[in-house]
Design a protein. Structure first.
Lengths: 292, 334
């Protein structure tokens, strides 16, 4: 297969796809970079036709200098970290449960995956109105049933609420990946450990968990990529108030609410840098984990 | 120290009975081989002894104590699995030390025992490697090492050599026999390969469909098979089993004669036949001879090299003292 001829043919045939993907990535990136060095306030009459004023690094300085910047970075990391922790821990737990043979396994597995197919906007609305509403929500009823004062989740425990909603969405994904990993574990290994005198907890710790390490890193990597950009859940529930303004949301506010495209673009570049820092860390960990 | 007694042990999965009530005694220090065709329940029987499966009925005694409901770890048995079941994320050292670590031995004692085992098994140079970096035979030895550090009352082997290539298998066979001679611990070994059974066992248990067909030393099984199944299963190449008129002459339903117990001659003999395929091994020559007395060709062994053309006429004479006779139920007639 790997003759010179077939290799150049392969390159030729892949070229359209590669060029398309590259363009898809490069055009927005270049535009963002371009706008980030310009004053671009559409409501004040700035437009591409009239030419935009070059302002150097002013947008960057303003974005990072705003009092909202560092709290937004913190909120982003807290939400991403919280969701990762919950989905991985409960994902492993659920995966082990689902791996046990029980009646109705097929249907239960399907139900477990279901939240993943609900659109973020819809699931956030469902949580907001059906569960977390301080007057009519199920949780409020539950609290009242036990004689407690209902919690107004989205204002008093806003970050936790967002973490809960997003975790609910991503738990199926983690469970699914971890379940397939558990199923690939050779049952003879567990039996050998059993014969070697390892009780269930130690079997989990010494055999199952190391076996899952690869799947866990993959779950962490993929989820991080998507979680850094969560938006709909915040938009629908708190609208960025009560400390839930993530970096993504801050950029959105700068561009759409304040109609300052240059400032928002500068924020976008910061977001790219943040994502890359996180990605480098993750790649290091994943890389050392996947090599084995 | 390693006497295992099965008393009316029965195993069924749902409606299907895999092992009907079965009695068996394994004495201390014996090398017992369970042999039988695939699906005969030999692995299940081993797993019952190990405690990895629950018995449906009956009692398993280990060293005189009822071990039927004792969890596997507490039975004092060590098992070597067909897939070796090594822990891929641990080094060889940690793999071998795992049972010691679970038993809560201190680090120094663990190291001492691991190094002893490694020396016995020629693994000293590989202690820091991971199983993925070892060859099949080395992995096999690590699995054995993990079993011997526990100093168990008995070793259980579940077809340990079936994943190795033929040359390595012969070598490991010797190593395991050697180990048994040195440790003098009870070993129970499951295989479908009758050559392994014959060469290694003190006592062979031939199983078919969960039923013990015969228990005995390799030579007992070879020279006095209790029924036609054992007769056909033990020995290589297989015993020739002849029915019909020829068997009637000997007052039997079936007669059996091993290939090595038939004289072959080009001039005279009891049965006349024509040579079919011949297999030349150098040390021996096997002929497949078509005769009028049976539909199947008879296998005949000639020592050394002997050349007979395809379709040549030969005469065969069974040695009467080695003729086995079986009745209508397939049981041996003395």
């Amino acid at each position: 297969m790997a003759t010179k001829h077939s290799r150049s043919a392969a390159r030729l045939m892949m070229a359209p796809a590669v060029i398309l993907l590259l363009g898809w990535m490069l055009v927005p990136l270049t535009m963002t970079l371009y706008f980030s060095f310009k004053r671009y306030l559409p409501l004040r009459g700035d437009s591409l036709e009239n030419g935009l004023q070059w302002v150097g690094l002013e947008n960057y300085a303003r974005f990072i200098g705003s009092s909202a910047f560092w709290p937004s970075v913190q909120a982003t990391l807290v939400i991403v970290g919280g969701v990762l922790l919950i989905t991985v821990v409960f994902g492993i737990f659920l995966a082990i449960l689902l791996d046990q043979p029980f009646w109705g396994q097929g249907i239960v597995r399907l139900l477990v995956i279901a939240p993943f197919f609900v659109m973020p906007t819809v699931s956030a609305l469902v949580w907001k109105n059906m569960f977390m509403d301080p007057v009519n929500g199920i949780l409020a009823h539950l609290w009242r049933f036990f004689g407690a004062e209902p919690v107004s989740w989205l204002s008093d425990a806003s970050v936790q609420s967002i973490i809960l909603i997003v975790s609910w969405q991503w738990l199926p994904f983690a469970t699914l990946i971890l379940l397939t990993a558990i199923q690939s574990l050779d049952s003879e290994q567990l039996e050998a450990a059993e014969m070697d005198g390892a009780p269930p907890v130690k079997r989990f710790w010494f055999i199952i968990l190391p076996h899952l390490s690869r799947a866990i890193t993959i779950v962490v990597l993929i989820q991080t990529i998507f979680l850094l950009s969560i938006f709909a859940e915040i938009f629908v529930t708190t609208g960025g108030a009560f400390g839930t303004r993530t970096l993504t949301y801050l950029i959105f506010q700068r561009v759409v609410d304040s109609q300052n495209i240059g400032l928002g673009s500068a924020g976008g570049v910061y977001a790219i840098i943040l994502a890359n820092i996180v990605a480098i860390f993750l790649m290091r960990i994943v890389g050392s984990n996947l090599d084995r | 120290m390693g006497r295992i007694v099965l008393d009316k042990v029965k195993k069924s999965f749902g409606e299907v009975t895999v092992i009907p009530p079965l009695d068996l005694e394994i004495n201390d220090g014996e090398f017992v081989v369970f042999v039988g065709p695939s699906g005969c329940g030999k692995s299940t029987l081993l797993r019952l002894i190990a405690g990895l499966e629950d018995v449906s009925d009956g009692v398993i005694q280990i060293d005189g104590k009822d071990a039927t409901d004792v969890p596997p770890a507490k039975r004092g048995l060590a098992m070597v699995f067909q897939s070796y079941a090594l822990y891929p994320h641990m080094t060889v050292r940690k793999n071998i030390a795992f049972p010691l670590r679970m038993a809560g031995l201190d680090q120094a004692e663990q190291n001492k025992r691991v190094e002893q085992a490694a020396a016995v098994l020629n693994l000293t140079d590989y202690l820091e490697r991971r199983p993925g970096q070892l060859s099949g035979g080395q992995r096999q030895r690590v699995a054995i090492g993990r079993a011997i550090v526990r100093e168990p009352a008995a070793f259980l082997f579940d077809e340990p050599l079936s994943n190795l290539d033929a040359a390595l298998r012969v070598g490991m066979r010797l190593e395991i026999s050697e180990l048994h001679k040195r440790l003098k611990t009870t070993m129970i070994y499951v295989t479908h390969d009758q050559v392994e059974a014959m060469t290694m066992a003190d006592k062979i248990v031939v199983l078919q469909a969960g039923v013990i067909e015969q228990v005995g030393s390799p030579l007992e099984l070879y020279s006095r098979p209790r029924n036609t199944f054992v007769a056909g299963f033990i020995g290589s190449p297989k015993m020739n089993l002849i029915g019909g008129a020829e068997a009637q002459k000997h007052n039997a339903q079936t007669i059996g004669i091993r290939p090595e117990h038939i004289e072959i001659s080009t001039t005279e003999g009891m049965w006349k036949g024509t040579v079919g395929v011949s297999e030349h091994l150098g040390s021996d020559t096997f002929f497949h001879v078509q005769t009028p007395i049976s539909e199947e060709p008879l296998t005949v062994r000639a020592t050394g090299e002997m050349s007979l053309g395809y379709g040549a006429d030969v005469y065969l004479t069974p040695r009467p003292e080695f003729l086995h006779r079986f009745d209508a139920q397939g049981l041996r007639i003395e």
